[in-house]
Design a protein around this ligand. Structure first.
Ligand SMILES: Nc1ncnc2c1ncn2[C@@H]1O[C@H](COP(=O)(O)OP(=O)(O)O)[C@@H](O)[C@H]1O
Ligand SMILES: [Mg+2]
Length: 243
């Protein structure tokens, strides 16, 4: 396990507050954490404890209101909007809880959209890479289907393929099995876990304690704070997981 080397993600006393009229919501308080390459990290906590907020800061969708956030050695909390977008596009793959596919594009077009407009690949490459990505998530025969014609698990796989299309170093997954049945959820987890090699890292946030067993590192989030950190020398293989 690579815990002596440089972390890929490091938060130091990071906080995030939202001003809601008269009220300030402190969604993240003093969060200090490290996420290492070649590891699966799972953040566990109940609904409302700040999981999505934490992923959104790391993913550059939102910016912390306090503390430091270093990704791959670069401080990102003070980046301009333009640089933040570039950072997000080059380093981060985001798997959203509700898939967030574009409804009027087919599975293949959802991928091609990213390859063409975000990755700026030439059109010949776009089609080839789109097909390779679909094959990678075993959806080679579903490319022409629209999201509404796909099951939850299939939509989630398209969403993972889309995240992988940018060849990111970090894959962030928000409740990746939340909407899926048990068997489909396991397949999705296999895919996510297999990503954590060659210096790449997977960070999963979930309320499902069982998922902690497949992680090298488990962080417990409670009311916006990390309250416990557990290392797993020998994470359980996804096939042995039960919930
Ligand atoms: N954009 C926002 N504006 C105001 N409050 C927010 C916003 N996003 C999250 N919150 C609040 O921050 C807290 C943590 O939310 P969230 O990160 O979504 O939790 P989780 O993903 O663990 O369910 C909640 O109290 C939520 O209402
Ligand atoms: Mg959430």
């Amino acid at each position: 396990m690579n815990t002596d080397g440089e972390p890929l993600i490091e938060a130091r006393n990071m906080s995030k507050s939202y001003q809601m009229g008269e009220v300030i919501v402190h969604a993240l308080k003093d969060v200090t954490l490290k996420v290492f390459p070649d590891q699966v990290t799972v953040i566990l906590g109940p609904s409302g404890c700040g999981k999505t907020t934490l992923l959104n800061q790391i993913g550059g969708i939102d910016s912390p209101t306090g503390g430091k956030l270093l990704i791959d050695g670069q401080e990102i909390q003070d980046l301009s909007q333009k640089k933040l977008t570039k950072y997000r596009q080059s380093k981060i793959g985001f798997v959203f809880q509700f898939f967030n596919l574009i409804p009027n594009l087919t599975a293949k077009e959802n991928l091609e959209f990213v390859l063409e407009y975000v990755m700026d690949l030439p059109s010949k490459e776009v089609s080839r890479k789109g097909k390779t990505l679909l094959d990678q998530v075993e959806l080679g025969d579903r490319g022409d289907h629209y999201p509404y014609q796909l099951s939850g698990g299939e939509q989630q796989r398209v969403s993972i393929a889309r995240a992988l299309s940018k060849d990111p170093k970090i894959l962030l997954a928000d409740e990746p099995t939340g909407e899926l049945d048990y068997e489909t959820g396991k397949k999705i987890l296999e895919l996510l876990v297999s990503f954590a090699n060659n210096g790449r890292s997977v960070l999963i946030v979930t309320h499902n304690k069982e998922l902690g067993k497949i992680a090298h590192r488990v962080l417990h989030l409670k009311d916006g704070r990390i309250v416990q950190e557990i290392m797993n020398e020998h994470p359980l293989s996804v096939s042995k997981l039960e919930w």
